[in-house]
Ligand binder design. Sequence first.
Ligand code: IVH
Length: 671
Amino acid sequence: MTEQEAKKELESLREALNQYNYEYHVLDNPTVSDFEYDKKMQELKEIEESFPSLIMPDSPSQRVGGEPLDAFKKVNHRVPMLSLGNAFNEEDLKDFDRRVREGLDADHVTYVCELKIDGLAISLRYQDGLLVQGATRGDGTTGEDITSNLKTIRSIPLRIKDENPIEVRGEAFMPQSAFLSLNEAREANGEEPFANPRNAAAGSLRQLDPKIAAKRQLDIFIYAVGEWESGTLATHSERLQYLQELGFKTNPEWQKCDGIEEVIDYIDNWVDQRANISYDIDGIVIKVDNLEAQEQLGFTAKSPRWAIAYKFPAEEAVTTLTDIELSVGRTGVVTPTAILDPVKVAGTTVQRASLHNEDLIKEKDIRISDTVVIKKAGDIIPEVVRVVEDMRDKELEPFSMPNECPSCQSELVRLEEEVALRCINPNCPAQLKEGLIHFVSRLAMNIDGLGEKVIEQLFREGLIHTIADLYRLEREELLKLDRMGEKSVQNLLKAIEQSKQNSLEKLLFGLGIRYVGSKAARTLAAHFETMENLQKATLDDLVAIDEIGDKMADSIVRYFEDEEVEHLISELKKLGLNFTYDGPRAADVSEDSPFSGKTVVLTGKLAIFTRQEAKQRIEALGGKVTGSVSKKTDLLIAGEDAGSKLDKAKKLDVDVWDEVHLQEVLEGESE
Ligand code: IVH
């Protein structure tokens, strides 16, 4: 293919892919299958690989792949990003309307009502039709440049049809479904879940590595224009229409309202409807439609006089708390849960709400049989707000947590600086059961066919007590269990047997050592290579590893000091579990490894590997990765847009590879 042909082909692929993307992510109306999309994307990437100089900023390949930053650059908002005054009831709204009418000397004003999306405000700047900068609101005057993270949001166009400079503003958010699945994955991985979709969206956009934001399924609604010198439209509603024509995703629920009474009707309707949409809103924004009128009204120090935010009251419901259930987690923490008479809140039926710990129960003086007010925090997670004391039966006793573990009856303790009560009996059946559920889970040993229900049965029947017992299960015993036929027993035994071959990190994560999540388990496995080495590791050995902090190191050392743990590990060894790391090794590098003893520099945008990954893999093969090119550099890996480091390497006659070559070599090594 000649360069001329490639250019033409790329132009047509870009246009088609951007159009498909728009139809899918903005219009929610795809016209091609994923297969066709992927095929075209592959074609585009292949041509771009052969002709890197033809990669355009609006190429769909440019959405992901920016390299991790060390810090975000500051961005000055030339038109400040202000916040809005609040209204909480009809009276506040009528006061606002009165102030607006007085300011304009008018009897009657047309407003635009919009949903107040619960996310975070961002600004997008376009020049010559191309997205050139995306920023957070920050303090309103100075925000942070998060362009590479925002580019990963598919509903943000990389190119628009207006060549004049324009800055638009909107709200980035995480749809509820994405939030729920993200938290599920985080919990499975031993990570703290996000409290609500807004925190999750903010956390995602604050990541220095855009590959993380890319995985988070964020979305955006554009609701305003910031700096726009060439703008000529007369009303906010015309601007919303124009933004939509340009390819931006605007929220379709906006409405023009004649006077404040219509505004109040719109709000009333959304108080009921808000449960039926797939993203969180926390109110309604009311804006004067006419732009000249907006200008006439102007701003106070903090917010415009021509707009206000009506904030929804959190939806609450009243029900009876029929019981407080106590459960023991795998680390021994005893968590109280309120059992409620089923009640509908914000669209779903609520029957349980976590009470977190004893302090919270005391603080709110929650008693069994109380009438309680329930709400959903962030409109998702049920919470007991307060007790309706007037309705309390005088006979009710205050609730007190038991002194004994509900599962093994050993005495509960409250560790220093912790609010939680803990069962510290390492043989507590509830902890063992939860530990086993964790051990077989996907990110740990990944044993198919061993769900919670089966584990519970195995426990009840006394067939397993420890992890090691899993590997001693026999066909006849399993056949006696409910719903276990010949075929499922065979499959289960096969899955258990296969899990013995898992690489060390899966076993390490599965053991459930406190603070060791699946990522840390991998780091430990890659570093120590065998269980025996890790068992011998000292605190100093552990904290010397970048990603391992004091708390985790301490917990690991203490774990392996325990006699029962020692016994368990030796049993697992006898049972034939693999105790070695199967990924790339750190020290066991053959002399003829292509990186052995070499100093390597990475530069430019990497598309196949993350920087961290490329670094780890080169180091695993005996290379040393440094930051700058010098006479000591043996090899430069140049990604896209490599700049001064590439020039310097050429001058110093340093070997240069592109990323594809790096991949070929790495793959050759791991065979
Ligand atoms: S207009 C000059 N419209 O609410 C004010 N804001 O307290 C321009 N928000 O910081 C804001 N949905 O993050 C506007 N449809 C909407 C909105 C909206 C959410 C957020 C935005 C802003 C805050 C105002």
